[in-house]
Design a protein around this ligand. Structure first.
Ligand code: C2E
Ligand code: CA
Ligand code: CA
Ligand code: CA
Length: 275
């Protein structure tokens, strides 16, 4: 059945037409949504080894007038395909910097870092570095608190160009985390070339931990790898105490997941920091 599927000639059928129309509709909706300020950032707590709050990841949400609060799965791919991810990503960057500048005003939040997700289309922009630097300058945010999450696949487009941009931003103090680590296909030698500060263990490997208690897990291997590269490591999708304990035993330094908090509005994250 698989082979037949692969050999099937693609042609434009009514269901595809419906999809194209839906696609165009979503794209228009995104444009309207940006104009009407319907996009918001949610913040998911990140905890350190002793389970103290060390920062957050900003995750995009769409406060849609009829669809309700929409997660990125419902619009990110359309935003990527249409290029709308560029203005949207710019908004995320500027909003995150504004939040960091605000956090700097209070001792309870001044030390927190904030991670944002960067899409491949943003990274390949010739003025990507300028965009980040000017967002930092305009907001007054401390570059050292801003973490950019990249994924393996996007780094492969033009490795030299990516490395150069990362170095330029690192001079200013910006840090980099490699998101969804382990799901891509980067070779280890290539990993060593990248000026990374952190590996982020993909949640699929964290979910596996419960069933694989007796042998070496991929999560454990990634922690060891990070230590070998002398960079930090964070696990995402930590949902249970058992997963967290296993990760701690491996030497994992930071955690993110429903065990500690779901993505939440800014005020809730700030309230968590005040505790
Ligand atoms: P991601 O960067 O891998 O983010 C982690 C996703 O896992 C988030 O989904 C988060 O809500 C979810 N998650 C966190 N903890 C747990 C857990 O304990 N269990 C489970 N099952 N899931 C957990 P979300 O918010 O729906 O975001 C999905 C993806 O959309 C993100 O995956 C990221 O790739 C993308 N995205 C989100 N915000 C942005 C953005 O501002 N820009 C770009 N380019 N992409 C974004
Ligand atoms: Ca991420
Ligand atoms: Ca991830
Ligand atoms: Ca992911």
């Amino acid at each position: 059945a698989k082979a037949a599927g692969r050999n099937t000639r693609r042609f434009f059928n009514p269901s595809m037409q419906a999809r194209v129309l839906e696609h165009a509709e979503v794209a228009n909706d995104i444009r309207k949504g940006m104009h009407n300020h319907e996009f918001v950032l949610y913040f998911q707590p990140q905890m350190g080894q002793s389970r103290q709050l060390i920062g957050a990841e900003a995750l995009l949400r769409w406060n849609h007038p009829t669809r309700g609060l929409v997660a990125p799965g419902g619009f990110i791919s359309v935003a990527e395909e249409t290029g709308l991810i560029l203005p949207l990503g710019q908004w995320v960057l500027e909003s995150a910097c504004a939040v960091l500048a605000q956090w700097a005003q209070s001792p309870k939040t001044a030390e927190l870092s904030l991670a944002i997700n960067i899409s491949a289309r943003q990274l390949v922009q010739v003025d990507f570095v300028d965009q980040v630097i000017s967002a930092l300058h305009h907001s007054g945010a401390n570059a050292q608190r801003l973490k950019l999450e990249l994924t393996e696949s996007m780094l492969l487009n033009d490795v030299e160009d990516t490395i150069q941009k990362m170095h330029q931003l690192r001079v200013h103090g910006v840090t980099f985390s490699l998101d969804d680590f382990g799901t891509g296909y980067s070779s280890l030698s290539y990993l060593r070339q990248l000026p990374l500060d952190q590996l982020k263990i993909d949640q699929s490997f964290v979910q596996d931990l419960a069933e694989q208690a007796n042998h070496t897990t991929i999560a454990q291997t990634i922690v060891t790898l990070a230590k070998g590269l002398d960079i930090s490591v964070i696990a995402e999708g930590v949902e249970t105490e058992a997963q967290c304990i296993a990760l701690t035993n491996y030497g994992c330094e930071a955690y993110q997941g429903y065990l500690f908090g779901r993505p939440m509005p800014l005020e809730e994250l700030v309230a968590m920091a005040a505790q």
